[in-house]
Design a protein around this ligand. Structure first.
Ligand code: GCV
Length: 738
């Protein structure tokens, strides 16, 4: 009996120890199963020559050895001298061979670029991983391992890779009490209570994962900020995290609460032009650098959704940002000042989404269209910021919707470097239950042409400094990470973290290429699996747009938690939180008129863009209802009426989810059961949610169109009242803001 129990316990241990729990992300170094390829790789790599003379080179070497031994299933010799069948890694300071190779080649690798090249030494091939900096070598190591993980031919390598954007940052909306605003993957990974004494292994693996995709900065705290993180006990904790991340090339940033001088400094004001306030911030910044000598700087959300800011004192955003910039400049720190602002006269409660308060200090900013407000407030400030200030702009003018046109600020502030802010966490994209691969969304924005300096002035070129030269460039992604074992809850959420990092490094990569890499590293190199799963990924974003907000609809989700459809809501605390404000459905038609006849938000775009979008007939139909109020009977390019097209889109969205389910179900034999089943269950949840979105939206819009849902479509299984009555008081992703 005892023996049987022991046997079962052992079996349980073995099974769970090898369970595919997703913790390893894309950094999986299982032995290559294709024997021919394995042999080819083994003949090329049997040793490394890699002097590890710094903490960064030490972690790089460890990763390389660990990766190679796992992938090749053989032990790798660590040699002192270069020999054939080997990898030589390092910089000019660690290897004379690399020194002469780099000086002959005259490469411009900058602070982070690397080269992976095949060279002949004594008639034998050697693979070089070389860089001008230690962190460049680390990036090269990860890229080399990726080549093996994705089964690439490594016979004649000649890769030169340099990041296009300098600061590639993850923004955490994590609160000090471990809640995560708009987080759907458990609690915050930062265990503030146990820091600085206890270093969770996750911190190291977080740094490894980020470094593997080139992310080099992390903002630890929520933009709805808590001043306490700037106090001594918390700075000690921050310093420990920075120590863990440093070898991986990752800088730490914090969010600065504008009113901190009052809240933790005992001052009576936070006025940015007050010398006492300025000195307080200078001293605070000096103190931060005494803990974290390579501290990156601040992200600030000011005069937005209840956050205090310079306008409370009659000052401008530039006054506020410059005060921080002056405090940071001698340390080479930067300020990322967010442009996510909209009429501050009404603010959101910091504790409860349902309760709204007016902010008596906020100025009156007359604007009828929330989509115009960031541009209206920030464009006039172009040229007024210090050199170490960047203005951080969300990809679209409203708020991370399934689809938005690019923000008109891109290209409109040539004298100011702009940070692109994407949202990886799926606040409006089905949260963590929907499979939505976001690379196509990111690319749509990055590749959009602003025409700021004529044709070809893409958003990517605005932010990477190709159109204007900036001393500093940056991109930010709001993290989708939590303490769920697999980090992102949905196994495919990992792909969004991965894709963001890869695009931040090189925005010219395609969504398809990134999906391909990620699938191979995360699941298997089996071609059938990769092809089919890739189709699912590539169609997933458009699918979601179709079942949530087709044809340019936006912001019609449930208020507060932003979960599920609620186009009927008309009683939110401020007018521009109401779905009815955005879709404007009435008996004549649907859509927000942003042309000259309406809010004229379209005037904020360059003429070439404006001309196209201002006319219903030439406007890309994916933005039609974003810019136009269109009659229900309007003839679409398909020949259908707008109403029929809307029905078609909503129904095809659901059909596509069902296709995704069928396709996934056929992939069972290719991957592990755990992750297969997890995705299968989540796709079933997604299907239900897609049907819910479709039915709720169409039944509601039908009360205005008075037109029938074509009889060939399946009938909604409930009436509108049923959908209106659904409530979710405990949906995840709440603010907390503590
Ligand atoms: C961090 C939206 C979100 C808020 C978020 C805000 C922002 O309004 O719903 O949770 O706050 O954007 O980006 O600041």
């Amino acid at each position: 009996m005892k023996g049987t129990f022991l046997l079962f316990s052992l079996l349980f241990f073995v099974l769970t120890a090898f369970a595919e729990d997703g913790y390893d992300l894309w950094l999986r170094y299982n032995k290559i199963s294709d024997p021919v390829l394995l042999q080819q790789y083994r003949t090329k790599i049997s040793s490394i020559q890699f002097p590890a003379t710094s903490p960064t080179l030490t972690v790089a070497k460890k990763e390389l050895l660990n990766g190679l031994e796992g992938l090749l299933g053989s032990s790798i010799t660590d040699k002192k001298t270069i020999s054939g069948q080997s990898i030589t890694a390092g910089t000019s300071s660690t290897s004379t061979f690399i020194q002469s190779f780099l000086s002959e080649g005259k490469f411009s690798l900058g602070k982070e670029g690397f080269i992976i090249a095949t060279k002949k030494i004594d008639q034998k091939n050697v693979i070089l991983i070389a860089a001008d900096s230690d962190v460049g070598v680390l990036y090269g190591v990860f890229q080399f391992l990726r080549l093996l993980q994705t089964h690439k031919n490594i016979s004649q390598l000649n890769i030169v890779s340099v990041p296009k954007i300098q600061n590639r940052i993850l923004d955490h909306w994590d609160n000090l009490n471990r809640t995560v605003e708009r987080g759907y993957a458990g609690a915050s990974i930062w265990n503030w209570h146990l820091l600085p004494g206890y270093i969770d292994k996750r911190y190291i693996d977080y740094a490894r994962a980020n470094a593997s995709i080139g992310i080099n900065g992390t903002v630890l705290t929520n933009v709805n900020a808590n001043a306490m993180v700037l106090t001594k006990p918390y700075l000690e904790k921050v310093a420990e995290l920075a120590n863990v991340f440093r070898p991986y090339g990752i800088k730490v940033y914090l969010t600065a609460r504008f009113s901190a001088p009052i809240e933790i400094g005992g001052l009576k004001t936070a006025d940015p032009l007050d010398t006492q306030v300025q000195n307080w911030w200078k001293q605070k910044v000096d103190e931060i650098y005494s803990y974290v000598p390579d501290f990156g700087g601040f992200v600030v959300k000011a005069n937005s959704e209840g956050q205090p800011g310079p306008q409370n004192y009659g000052r401008t955003h530039a006054d506020g940002a410059n005060m921080f910039a002056d405090a940071l400049v001698s340390h080479d720190g930067i300020v990322m000042w967010r442009a996510f602002v909209y009429d501050a006269r009404v603010q959101k409660s910091t504790e409860n989404f349902g309760e709204r308060k007016s902010d008596p200090n906020a100025p009156s900013i007359a604007s009828s269209d929330r989509a115009k407000q960031a541009y209206d407030e920030f464009k006039p400030l172009d040229g007024k910021f210090r050199k170490n200030v960047l203005v951080q702009v969300k990809n679209g003018p409203i708020d991370f919707q399934p689809r938005e046109p690019f923000s008109p600020l891109f290209g409109a502030m040539p004298q100011t470097p702009l940070v692109m802010e994407f949202q990886l966490t799926q606040e409006y994209l089905g949260q963590a239950t929907n499979l939505v691969y976001e690379a196509p969304l990111f690319k749509e924005c990055l590749d959009a042409d602003t025409y700021a300096k004529g044709m070809g002035s893409t958003v990517a070129k605005v932010i990477d400094g190709s159109l204007e030269t900036y001393p500093v460039t940056a991109i930010a992604g709001v993290a989708n990470i939590g303490n769920e074992r697999n980090w992102t809850f949905h196994p495919f959420g990992q792909a969004n973290w991965y894709a963001y990092g890869r695009l931040a490094w090189d925005h010219e990569l395609s969504s398809e290429q990134i999906a391909d890499e990620w699938l191979r590293q995360t699941f298997t190199n089996d071609l059938h699996f990769v092809d089919e799963a890739k189709k699912i990924m590539l169609m997933s974003r458009e699918t979601m747009v179709n079942y949530m907000t087709p044809l340019g609809l936006h912001h019609i989700m449930g208020t507060g938690f932003h979960y599920g459809p609620a186009p009927w809501v008309d009683n939110a605390g401020r007018v521009d939180w109401n779905p009815v404000y955005y879709h404007r459905a009435d008996s004549a038609g649907i859509g927000f008129d942003r042309t000259i006849k309406g809010s004229n938000a379209i005037s904020q775009y360059e003429e070439d863009v404006r001309k196209q979008w201002a006319n219903e007939k030439t406007c890309d139909e994916k933005y039609l209802l974003w810019f136009h109020h269109v009659s229900w009977k309007y003839k679409m390019r398909s020949g259908k009426t707008l109403w029929d097209e809307l029905c078609y889109k909503y129904y095809s969205g659901v059909d596509s989810v069902r296709w995704m389910q069928r396709t996934w179900n056929k992939l069972k034999e290719y991957i592990d059961e755990e992750r297969f089943e997890q995705v299968k269950m989540l796709l079933a949840v997604q299907e239900k949610e897609a049907v819910w979105w479709r039915n709720a939206c169409l039944l509601y819009f039908q009360t205005y169109s008075k037109m029938p849902i074509p009889p060939s479509y399946e009938k909604p299984d409930h009436d509108l009242d049923y959908y209106k009555a659904l409530t979710f008081p405990y949906a995840p992703g709440n603010n907390g803001n503590l």
